[in-house]
Every structure is written in C-alpha cells, then in structure tokens.
Design a protein around this ligand. Sequence first.
Ligand SMILES: *Cc1c(COP(=O)(O)O)cnc(C)c1O
Length: 353
Amino acid sequence: MSFINNWLRADIQAINAYHVPTSVDMVKLDAMESPFPLPDELIGQYLAYLADADLNRYPNPSADELRQTLRELMDIPAEFGVLLGNGSDELIQLLALACETGDTILSIEPSFVMYGMIAKFTRLNYQGVNLDGNFEIDLSATLSAIETHKPKLIFIAYPNNPTGNAFDRGAIETIITSTEAMVVLDEAYYAYADDSFLMDIAKYPNLVLLRTVSKIGFAGLRLGLLIGAQDTVSELDKLRLPYNINTLTQVSANFLLQEKGEIDKNAKAILAERSNLSTALSGIDGLSVYPSQANFILFKAPGANALFEALKTQGVLIKNLSSAPNLDNCLRVTVGSMEENALFISIVKAYYD
Ligand SMILES: *Cc1c(COP(=O)(O)O)cnc(C)c1O
C-alpha cells in the first residue's frame, strides 16, 4: 500500500476529485464564464494600475477599498456586512467550518455540487431534498426534512445551478421563517435573474447571501462575497484566513469592477443571447428546453451522451449531466457570444437532421 493510501482519511480516498475537463482550443460553453474579454481601451489603464501594486507586501487584510467597490457595483446597503472569499466556494467552506461536529447541511437537489462536497471535506452530515418534477422546491418534503434533520445550514442556489430556474419566492420565505438554520441563498447568477433576496437580509436575521464575480466576467479573479447582518459577518470573519484575497485580485477588481456600464452592457447582451439560444433550441424537434434566469440553459435531448460527444468532436464543450440523478438526458450549455452560440446551434441542428 502506498504511503498516501495508508495515511489519508478513507472517505477522502473514496471521493472522485472535482473534474475539470480539458478545453484547450475548444469553444468553452461548460462553466458559465463570460465570453467577453477586457475591452482594448481599458488595457493600458489597467496595466498602469497593476504596476502600482506592492507585491513585496501582504495584501490589505480586510480589502476595504474592494468591499466598497463591490457595495457600489451591487447596490449593497451600508448597514449590511460584506465578507470576501477566494471565490464563493471558499465562503461555502467557511460556513461549513463554522458548524459543530455532528451538524447537518441541507440542500435541494439537483443543485451546486460543492455544497455536498464541502460537507464531506469538513465531516458534516449532508442531506439533499429532491426538487419536484418541474425543478421547483417541494415545500412539504423540504419542511419535513428540516423538521427531521434539524440542519444548521441550508444552501439554496437562487437561481439554481444546474436547472437554471429561480424558485418560488414564497417557498423560500417559508423555509427561512420555519428554521433555526442559517439559510444561505447563493445568488451566483444574480445578474441574470428577475429577483433577489438582497433587501430581505434586513428582515430575516438567519438569511445570508452569496454572490460572486465569476459569472459576470471575472472568473479568473476568484472573488466571492457573503452579505449578511453586520454582527453575523463580524463573527464569521474570524474564520477567514488572513490575506485570503490576494493583492492582484484586489487591485484588478478595484479597477475592473468600477466599469459598471460595461458590466451591465455585457449582462444585457447575455440576456438577449439567452433568449435567442432558448428559441433556437426549442425549435429543434425532440429537445425540451427549461426556462432560465441564469447565463446557461438546461435542456433535455434524446441520446444526450452522443450529442455531447458530437459537440466535443466538433470543438464545442458543454456540460453533460445526463448521468446525474433526476437529470436524465440533460445537458447544460453556457450562453456564449453570438458566434459561439450560432456554432453550437448549427452542430445540434445538423446532429438531429
Ligand atoms: C459558479 C457557482 C459558484 C462558484 O462561484 P465561485 O465564486 O467561482 O467560487 C457558486 N455557486 C453556484 C450556484 C455556482 O453556480
């Protein structure tokens, strides 16, 4: 037996690592990235800004300027606290670290896989509750799971990944008010959604929000935020590793996230493309297309595995969910640029012709 097999926790040995497929030279429509690069006219200014960074020094520990920039970008009221993470993934982990041995994390399924993975890493119990046939929250099943398992943390992605829909607001409010758990609404896709629970933080002390800049054009920065009541944020901040937001991210985000006009324009373009992509997919015989409030579309395709492979062979990478529970024959495509989407659609059309 090798050293590491002998040494490592058995439950970690048994895990399949989070798999990131190779995408060199492919049209990448698998990970909800923005297709829009930094505009040329900003590059010079950006580089000048970067040149000023003191890389011999540790970063600003509380990233004050960046938090202010994010408050302005996302209209976060001054009375709420903001905690930054190296991606919102790090904040999911931080919340799990705040739990006690024996505590339970509850989430709905299918949803973002990191909730379950991080529960496992941190040795917490994990309880999933299935969505109903329309990917809507099954309120009675959820409430009864809350009653039975008394979770400490409840994660709900709003809008949900990978289904793309935003759940019924009333159902979420009922969940928030019928539990002592901290309810974490993960608004990674807030920029593409019709509704948000941001202002509800003032009403519900057990509600916190997660957001990220990954889905609005800056996945490479690794920057997420938790928004909650000030006292909640100050206590959770004790669990944050010092300097978790590196200087290059702070400096870059401070500059890039000031470009609210550009960010809004890109989000609008994605919304228009989402609508075109959805219409085009719906027009292909045999496909069922689910409604989306995010920058991706889930659809069901006969022989999804083979379609996925055909796309890959022709240089287009999407996400194959067809073997995931309750996602039979489902594929998820990120809304890309007009050209990328047209290429994707032309391959799918030709495949079924
Ligand atoms: C993409 C995604 C995240 C990850 O965000 P990062 O800030 O890139 O770590 C979190 N939650 C959901 C629901 C996502 O889809």
